[in-house]
Design a protein around this ligand. Structure first.
Ligand code: 5AD
Ligand code: FES
Length: 344
């Protein structure tokens, strides 16, 4: 049996199989992997690609992740925070454009206390009862996650960044704990959120071994979503001189994740689109099934600068949506704006 069939049929992969897939330059083998992953995605989700409206709430962050342009030590980062009214307006706009999932994402901004955030989520829930509310606001207490869930949030995205504690320690300052990040993910799952984890591809010090741990972690957590994108070297961060992650490796990992976990919601990320003009299309064709156009107010877009050269910073929400929908149709996929729930 071929390696690809083995992964597909057992939903498992060995370290040696992973190494083989990531290092091969046999274009036929790579195409076999890609086609098998896309076939699995088609089998579960058909030709649909879920479109989620992304709202970037705040570029303030208390953390100091070494790779991120929004780290607190980056004194060149421009900081903004949307007002409550602006956030509702973004949701309104998204709703009018057809979106039934909102992703509220932001740095770990201390302004968003539970006292402020919980009523805001409750208001969004009341105004948009048929929409899914996804939060991506970093590490918070279990009580906070519970209160936000009770207020109406349904999904939470929190990338684990790496499943190797030693690797995590090289990407983050000492005050950030890998164990705490993992505990947060477990708590989110226990509370009942649909949970998304994820990691960067090609982050400094990443190896086949750490990637293998990422895949094992995903198998163990059984998340509903997995967000992966290439590391993008970013100015005025400690990693500004490290090379970008590879688009090709990201695509192979997307395919592997699809084969391991056929039902997973898997975005073709903006980072992938940043490093290759057709990165997101390639991501879909490698087995991804979600895209996230930007709904944030245009005057703040460029300031949510997690990494350099981020795309979609100059377009109005409707333009970004039309652009991504056109891109999906051009490769034979149908953009779907409904809730797009995980299929059991
Ligand atoms: N390149 C690519 N992705 C990055 N992220 C943060 N900085 C970078 C970068 N330089 C990702 C992290 C984080 C998410 C919000 O963006 O994985 O969890
Ligand atoms: Fe945002 Fe093309 S997808 S501008």
């Amino acid at each position: 049996m071929s390696v690809v069939e083995n992964i597909r049929d057992t939903h498992d992969i060995s370290l040696e199989e992973l190494r083989q897939i990531l290092t091969t330059d046999d274009s036929e083998a790579i195409e076999t992997l890609r086609a098998a992953a896309r076939e699995e995605a088609d089998r579960v989700y058909g030709k649909s690609v879920f479109v989620r409206g992304l709202i970037e709430l705040s570029s303030f962050c208390r953390n100091d992740c070494l790779y991120c342009g929004l780290r607190r030590s980056n004194d060149q980062a421009v900081r903004y925070r949307l007002s409550e009214e602006q956030i509702y307006q973004c949701c309104e706009k998204g709703y009018r454009l057809g979106f039934r999932t909102f992703v509220l994402q932001g740095g770990e901004d201390g302004w968003f206390t539970d006292e402020r955030l919980v009523p805001m989520v409750a208001n969004i829930r009341r105004r948009f009862p048929n929409c899914a509310i996804t939060l991506s606001l970093g590490e918070r207490s279990r009580e906070s996650y519970q209160a936000l869930y009770d207020a109406g949030a349904n999904r939470y995205l929190l990338r684990h960044e790496t499943a190797d504690a030693g690797h995590y320690a090289r990407l983050h300052p000492a005050e950030m704990s890998w164990q705490h990040r993992i505990d947060c993910l477990m708590q989110l799952k226990e509370i009942g959120y649909q949970v998304g984890c994820g990691f960067m591809v090609g982050s400094p010090y990443q190896t086949v071994e750490t990637l293998f741990k990422d895949l094992q972690f995903i198998r163990q957590l059984q998340p509903h979503m997995v967000g992966i994108g290439p590391f993008v070297s970013t100015h005025n961060t400690p990693f500004e001189n490290y090379p970008n992650g590879k688009v090709e490796t990201t695509l192979r990992l997307l395919s592997i994740i699809r084969l391991l976990h056929p039902h997973v919601l898997l975005p073709a990320t903006t980072a992938l689109g940043t490093l290759h003009p057709q990165g997101r299309e390639k991501g879909i064709l490698a087995g991804a099934n979600v895209v996230m156009p930007n709904l944030s107010p245009i005057d703040h877009r460029k300031d949510y600068a997690i990494y350099d050269n981020k795309i979609c910073t100059g377009e109005e929400a409707a333009e970004c949506q039309a652009c991504i929908e056109h891109r999906m149709r051009r490769i034979g996929y149908e953009p779907v704006v409904d809730r797009g729930d995980y299929k059991e």
